[in-house]
Design a protein around this ligand. Structure first.
Ligand code: DC
Length: 204
């Protein structure tokens, strides 16, 4: 039986890098759900779309995304403008629902296990996941990590604003999912965090 591991948490906590490493170790697929929010934000901004019914978004078996058959490069998605705009459009229940079903279909179609990260993976999209993690770190540490990531250009202040939006929206806010294991990696390296998770997974 294929398994699913969810990783939720605020920005800059290392969900993507840590999730990718765990997926490699387990020979699972990896997907970052924020990418779909970024795809939709970019598309709405480019084409000034107001009716979301005309948006078709899909993920192929290799993890590539397409929105109305269009593909974006990472540098068009991971930048200052889309950081904030993706968090803004993520408040919309129609968009959240569209993404939820895109992710459920993706998981159904892949034949390997999946590590997936985001803000509501363990709470809303995959509430019955085999293993749920919630990663956390203090704001200053997360801000510093983000500032050091080339291309992201996100300051501590911007991270605070985005987290505030993601945690306080009405629709699927960022929370610690039920039964999730919480790891605070403020004073831990990426390697230490990955090792701790792998140890916990052995108890499964
Ligand atoms: O993980 P990320 O930085 O790529 O996500 C960009 C934004 O997308 C994030 O600020 C809020 C939204 N998002 C969300 O609401 N739910 C998710 N599961 C993933 C991302």
């Amino acid at each position: 039986m294929k398994k699913i591991i969810t990783i939720d948490g605020p920005s800059g906590v290392g969900k993507t890098t840590i999730g990718q490493e765990i997926a490699v170790k387990l020979k699972y697929s990896f997907f970052s759900s924020g990418k779909l929010y970024r795809y939709i934000a970019k598309y709405i901004d480019d084409y000034k779309i107001t009716n979301y019914k005309h948006i078709e978004i899909k993920i192929d078996n290799s993890g590539s995304c397409f929105i109305n058959e269009k593909k974006y490069n990472d540098n068009e998605l991971y930048n200052k403008k889309i950081n904030q705009y993706s968090s803004e459009i993520a408040k919309d229940p129609l968009i959240r629902n569209l993404i939820k079903f895109t992710l459920l279909n993706y998981y159904e179609d892949i034949d390997r296990g999946l590590v997936i990260e985001g803000r509501d993976m363990g709470s809303v999209v995959f509430p019955n996941a085999d293993f749920k993690l919630y990663l956390d770190a203090d704001e200053e540490t997360r801000g510093k990590r983000r500032e050091n990531q080339s291309g992201s250009q996100e300051t501590i202040e911007e991270i605070k604003q985005r987290d505030h939006k993601d945690m306080h929206r009405e629709e699927s806010p960022l929370i610690v999912p039920k039964n999730a294991i919480v790891i605070d990696n403020t004073n831990k390296s990426k390697k230490e965090t990955v090792e701790e998770i792998i140890e916990k997974l052995k108890l499964l």
